[in-house]
Design a protein around this ligand. Sequence first.
Ligand SMILES: *Cc1c(COP(=O)(O)O)cnc(C)c1O
Length: 416
Amino acid sequence: MNSAVRAFGAVGGTPRFIEKGKGCRVWDADGNSYIDYVGSWGPLIVGHANPSVLRALRSAISRGTSFGAPTEAEVELADAICSAVPSVEQVRMVSSGTEATMCALRLARAATGRDRVLKFDGCYHGHVDPLLVAAGSGVATLGVPGSVGVPSAFTDLTVQAPYNDLAAVDSAFARWGREIACVLVEPVAGNMGCILPVPGFLEGLRALCDRHGALLVFDEVMTGFRVAYGGAQQLFGVRPDLTCLGKVVGGGLPAAAFGGRRDLMQQIAPAGPVFQAGTLSGNPLAMAAGRATLELLRRPGVYPTLAARGNALVDGLADIAREQGIEFTTAAIGGMFGFYFHPGPVTGFEEAKKSRSDRFRAFFHAMLEQGVYLAPSPYEAGFVSTAHRPADIEATLSAARVAFRRAARVRTGTSR
Ligand SMILES: *Cc1c(COP(=O)(O)O)cnc(C)c1O
């Protein structure tokens, strides 16, 4: 098991070993097929084994796998990112979302000469030591506050606030205003289910950062090219100083990026004094897959279609839950969605944690048995791809009718 969240720890049972994927489906080693709403945890927005992505990869791989020197492909992907994401003027490629947030934090600290970072309960920014505090899905699911192996000295500079709570951010600034280098936030939270920013939250963060001389950093590793082509910042019209990207931008290969204002990015070596490097950064295969994916996403109608599929799914689920008298609430935006066995509204980690995980477990396994592959945790967002057709959503909802009945039978059990 190479990543904690895959281990079915929150739901029990045996993780499926996947042999292949095509479109919106995956096949396990026992020959069962599933409609997949995990999508490799976000990257596969154009579906598994997409022909255009495979073609780009074949062409790239025939020329070699890695050079550790500049290539045209990384410049092309950088150009595509800068044209797409409103606040990004310059960008640096890295190999994982974790690396992107780690680098953005280092840059924010360097640029401001301040050490503290403010993050939100239930937001996950990769397993970066100082950010592994109340870090959502994997961590919350495992019920571990942060992780052992992280010295408390490494998290002493991390300030926490509840998501969607501007007053809490205001008081954090009142207390540590001159020490906070940046506010780091998932502009749509996707690691405690799916939680939208309440109106004014992102704008309020922008204003508070400006007032106190801190940088605003959007972690769009999940939301970038997922909720809209230009990410959540395009959708909500708020410009961060720095942006972290990953998942979709690598097209299913290991690539991620961080970027933002040119004057900030110019502080990274070799142009500036902030050290940053990576053996496989800008890997030509990953660049090819990312580029091919973005090319497909630029076509008109992609995001409205993704949103229509996501909404059809969660609205359908909510209807069935209501018919069966089950407390349930949902959210969806662009190609991501979430649901809770909780009456809602869910605006932060406190409510998300009250979701009935015993019901989720029953629901999850009933769906899996019927050929629907959901993330094995009540705190994960789900993903639709351009390969999900209305018939796939219908089939999912038919399975859900059975799964909700199974979940409703769970009467006892803890709420966690
Ligand atoms: C997945 C994720 C990360 C971490 O990315 P990895 O590539 O898994 O290291 C960081 N931030 C957010 C918001 C994510 O969803």
